[in-house]
Design a binder for this molecule. Sequence first.
Ligand code: PLP
Length: 543
Amino acid sequence: MRAWTVREAAELYGIPYWGGEYFSVSPEGDMLIHPNGPGTSTVNLPALVEELRGRFSDILASRVRHISDCFARAIREYSYQGRYRGVYPIKVNQQKQVVEELVNYGRPHHLGLEVGSKPELLVGLALLNTPEALIICNGYKDRAYMELALLAQRLGRYVVIVIDRPNELDTLIKASRELGIRPHIGLRARLATRGAGKWAESSGDRSKFGLSAEELVSVVNRLRHDDMLDCLEMLHFHNGSQVTAIRAHKDAFREASHIFTELHALGAPMRLLDVGGGLGVDYDGSQTNFHSSMNYTTQEYAYDVVSAIRDICDEKGVPHPDIVTEAGRALVSHASVLIFDVLGVDGVRTATQPVPPGPDEPKVIQQLHEVWGSISARNVLESYNDALQLKEEATTSFSLGYLDLQTRARMEELFWACCEKSMRIVRELEYVPEDLQRLERQLADTYYGNFSVFQSLPDSWAMKQLFPVLPIHRLDEAPSRRGTFADLTCDSDGKVNQFIDRRDVKSVLELHAPNGRPYYVGVFLVGAYQETLGEMHNLFGDT
Ligand code: PLP
């Protein structure tokens, strides 16, 4: 057999494409992490597994820097007059260590926090002490949440309360009067522009949050009437997470910029434009608008935000606002890896050379063996169909009591041998007929992983989102098996059976045969949402 190289392993699993500058393979076949980019110190992942904390804080620092640098460059090149003021949405990963590290690394960039509930606001107030950093309050707001947001101003925090629904305004006006604190108000607009990707439902006319044009105008009138229009300073929108197409971003930036200048024209002292989250992560490395990818770079995104706002503000003679982004996924995805060990492997055991039938064995066994012997590249589909038909007939005969269990076992052995032989031929074909495409999955091994999909990869289960999955060692050895993963929960859909492939989605993953030693598999880019959804979403307790 030809020697296998780590380069082939890297290509097979698409590491150079999704791994960017942070992940590679060592000459010994181990996954490496480069927290500070290429050419810098490396972390050998399998060597660290036993003591692994599962998170690479320097990656967080690098991501904060990366996004801020992209905006700084766009602002410089477009002679933009406003500043960039990012905020990190706590709900994307609320783990204390993550939020603390982002606040620390984000201090030079004035990174603030976005909160979506009162408990998250408490976290924000406890952890954020960066001067000039914003706290943006989104989500469902009751009186207690509003009061806390207002009182936080007395602690010297810059808290913007975003009106998501028209009836929140009453509560805010009342609370503000009673406490004698004038709020910083933002309005969340419901754009007509729709996002792109699996989360596009968060945008458009029927989205759950945000004010329609009519509601925006009536909120402005109400604020004017109550002598609070001077408190309205921010426009916010969120076009859904993981927006895959730059076109959807661009359209949204333009629509929002027009709303912004209109609010200014209505007399509000608008100074912040918050473009929400949605900055994507290229999970499969294909650089396309496929749902687990994105067809643009962070720099391109920054250029488009800055240029759209600048052009429209200049056209209308409105001062350039500070730009706020609520990028979550793009900040934290790279910083966590889920690693599980494989506890066992099950598979369809097939003999490459099945035992020929004896003269006394039933006809169906003779026929199946003949089919097996005759399978070739020219008749593979026909032979497969014959084998399938014989299997079905034999199963019916068994149910009617005409075949004994031993014959049924022989039939299954021969049937799987036919499938195995067909599959070897199919792998070499340029075009694979649809009926034969399922062979790969049918014959795949099941690798039992020591984890729960529901707790650790909820979006893989619920949204069919793809993550890069691969063994973190033995990458200098050609993988000889193809498998899917089953978790240890008792739920039948606790499995991972779709894998990244830069041209498509793979239904099986190339894996190594068990060798009696631990086998560790990594699921990469899981820092956003996966841990959070598995524990306390938005920090709400149990119902
Ligand atoms: N802002 C708001 C209002 C959100 O609802 C979300 C998540 O959907 C985000 C920001 C973060 O989005 P992303 O992780 O795509 O950046």
